[in-house]
Design a protein around this ligand. Structure first.
Ligand SMILES: *Cc1c(COP(=O)(O)O)cnc(C)c1O
Length: 348
């Protein structure tokens, strides 16, 4: 069997022929001079989708997040986020390295927000002895939580708390598209609960590169300066923005297929070993496995599955992650489910 199914992440997608055509025919200019029409179109379109004034194209989601955070906190100030947040776990300490920001975290099962618990946690204007909180970072969908969709009421409760306390809210919306498709909540409704929002084009949407940070005109002007300072001012990057525009036109609604396939996978695996996954918690395109009830470590399972052409991520001793995306079809899921259920029913 030579079929390879790559479920490590939805970043592994390759641009389709039609996307490559859009790339090839893109109108471009020097974006550091503000003259790339395709980038300008992408930035304006994403900002409008999210109900914000302006947008900024960045090469990665991490940079979009870090530009957002630095607009809300300076050296010695604090942002708070849940302990599994991408800005905490997967950006290599960038908030501390780039901006001198302290991060304080709380544990959130599946990444789900709880404004009630947050209320006791944030410490705005803490005076001369204690670190002052200036912003709350939230994530939707929640990656390491298992693709969790944050209910709009919970996001709104965090917004209300932030308003009460004079705090800013940054929304890491790398997979906000998945949340929108799964919940039916309009993108702008999510956008409106935050002061800054980042969205990725290179995950489920299938573009090769790119994220967009949106906010007010004033904040985005400041972020543009910081982006250049960090060395990420790009020139004729309209060829990349064209892929993003193509993705917005063609690849949002189809995320529903990825969600159905993730569900199929979860139901197949829970048949094999009860309790490795809770299918009801698989709301979008991410399936996280808790291998504690098995003899497998995540690393051993990843190696054994890889030998049979199924690539998965080991993100902790017992914690494996499978992600569906536009390069994984029904046959690929059937194959992955067969390989993984067979392994889970046997011993390492
Ligand atoms: C992938 C991801 C990002 C951005 O990652 P980059 O690899 O820097 O583009 C940010 N937040 C979340 C939740 C992600 O999953």
């Amino acid at each position: 069997m030579s079929l390879t199914v790559d479920l490590r992440s939805d970043t592994v997608t390759r641009p389709s022929a039609a996307m490559r055509e859009a790339i090839a025919s893109a109108e471009v200019g020097d974006d550091v001079y503000g003259e790339d029409p395709t980038i300008i179109e992408l930035e304006q379109r994403v900002a409008a989708l999210l109900g914000h004034e302006a947008g900024l194209f960045t090469p990665s989601g991490s940079l979009a997040n870090q530009l957002g955070l630095r607009l809300h906190a300076g050296p010695g100030e604090e942002i708070v986020a849940d302990s599994q947040a991408h800005v905490v776990r997967a950006e290599l300490g960038a908030a501390a390295v780039f901006s001198g920001i302290t991060t304080r975290t709380w544990d959130a099962p599946r990444g789900l927000l709880d404004a009630g618990a947050l209320r006791a946690f944030v410490r705005p204007s803490s005076g001369p002895y204690l670190v002052s909180t200036t912003a709350i970072a939230v994530e939707n969908t929640h990656n390491f939580g298992g693709g969790t969709v944050q209910p709009l009421e919970r996001l709104q409760a965090v917004r209300d708390l932030a308003d009460e306390c004079g705090l800013a809210v940054h929304l890491d919306g790398a997979r906000l598209w998945n949340a929108h498709v799964a919940s039916g909540v309009p993108m702008h409704a999510y956008g409106e609960i935050a002061d800054t929002v980042s969205v990725c084009l290179s995950k489920g949407l299938g573009a090769p590169v790119g994220s967009v940070l949106v906010s007010s005109t004033e904040r985005i002007a400041a972020a543009r300066i910081w982006r250049k300072r960090y060395g990420a001012g790009m020139r004729q990057a309209g060829i990349l923005a064209a892929a993003g525009l193509y993705a917005l036109d063609h690849n949002i609604e189809r995320l529903a297929d990825d969600h159905v396939r993730a569900q199929r996978l979860a139901f197949a695996l829970v048949e094999a070993v009860d309790a490795v996954v809770v299918p009801e918690h698989v709301e979008t395109n991410i399936v996280v496995l808790d291998l504690a009830p098995t003899d497998w470590t995540a690393a051993a399972l990843a190696v054994a599955a890889g030998e049979q052409g199924v690539r998965i991520s080991a993100l902790g001793p017992n914690f494996a992650r499978l992600v569906t995306h536009l390069d994984v079809d029904d046959d690929a899921i059937t194959h992955a489910a067969a390989v993984l259920t067979h392994l889970l029913r046997s011993s390492p």
